[in-house]
Design a protein around this ligand. Structure first.
Ligand SMILES: [Zn+2]
Ligand SMILES: [Zn+2]
Length: 287
């Protein structure tokens, strides 16, 4: 299995997961143009994607998915509430882009290839097994996903305001953990966001702070014997920085006796981190 962060943060989230000749995306908050460009760097043609799995209906996770599905027929997997809300959002996005371009699309090209994937269910795409589980966030019905291939499981745990029991098993079982570290609490409260937005971000249905992220990670590392690769993700440009996220989380881990744990940062707006299982590496190098 190979996982690549194509973009992470409030201006667009998108991860590429590959195994056994299949490529799929978790979220697509990028424009179709940016996605095409980023996938080309990975040697992937958009038309070859096996599917897009949406975590929830916020703009930074689905903005490009509708266009990609409509243009290339790529299936979009999500629960019913997310799909319903996504259809409304894509219609608005489409209307806006038509107004800008002063054109209308022919009706037959308007269909989205959507597939119902109820929360808590599992599915497989080729050799990749995908599971969804609920998290606490202020969208219609937010989920996070685990994906498993080559005997290795990974989890993307972003867009949640607090830890709830369904996150722990996926967390403990995953070799690759992509974990939200959205904001540094003091920085956010001292910053220029309106009060209502500060309340939203720090609330139980908002986003994980560096401290919360560190506490979740500490629990995970104390309770599993697995070697984990950890990517910190969905960092706020306004209320966080790679240095602050790393410092706060490292301090929390060190207080628990976990020294020099490597933390990687998934960058905003551009491709950054990559994770490859040995098996994937050998498969790829055979060709
Ligand atoms: Zn988000
Ligand atoms: Zn969100």
């Amino acid at each position: 299995m190979r996982v690549k962060s194509l973009s992470s943060g409030s201006s667009g989230n998108c991860y590429l997961v590959q195994a056994g000749g299949h490529s799929l995306l978790i979220d697509c908050g990028l424009s179709a143009t940016a996605l095409q460009k980023f996938l080309a760097l990975e040697g992937v043609n958009v038309a070859e994607l096996s599917g897009i799995f949406l975590t929830h209906d916020h703009h930074d996770h689905l903005s490009g998915a509708g266009q990609v599905s409509r243009r290339w027929g790529i299936p979009i997997f999500a629960n019913k509430k997310t799909l319903d809300e996504a259809a409304v959002r894509w219609a608005k996005i489409e209307k806006l882009s038509q107004q800008r371009a002063n054109t209308t699309m022919p009706p037959e090209s308007r269909t989205y290839n959507t597939r119902l994937f109820p929360t808590g269910k599992a599915t497989t795409i080729g050799s990749i097994e995908i599971n969804s589980f609920p998290v606490s966030h202020d969208a219609a019905e937010t989920v996070c996903y685990t994906f498993k291939a080559d005997g290795v499981q990974a989890v993307i745990l972003t867009d949640l305001g607090c830890s709830t029991s369904p996150i722990y098993e996926p967390l403990l079982q995953s070799r690759l953990i992509i974990l939200e570290a959205n904001h540094e609490e003091e920085k956010l409260w001292a910053g220029k966001y309106p009060y209502t937005l500060k309340k939203r971000v720090t609330g139980d249905k908002g986003h994980l702070s560096n401290r919360q992220s560190g506490e979740i990670l500490r629990y995970c590392l104390e309770n599993t014997g697995l070697a984990h690769t950890v990517w910190l993700a969905h960092l706020s440009s306004e209320n966080n920085s790679p240095q602050e996220a790393t410092a706060t989380i490292t301090k929390l881990l060190e207080e628990a006796g976990i020294e020099r744990f490597p933390l990687n940062i998934a960058l905003r707006d551009k491709p950054s981190l990559v994770y490859e299982t040995e098996q994937y590496y050998y498969q790829a190098s055979m060709f």
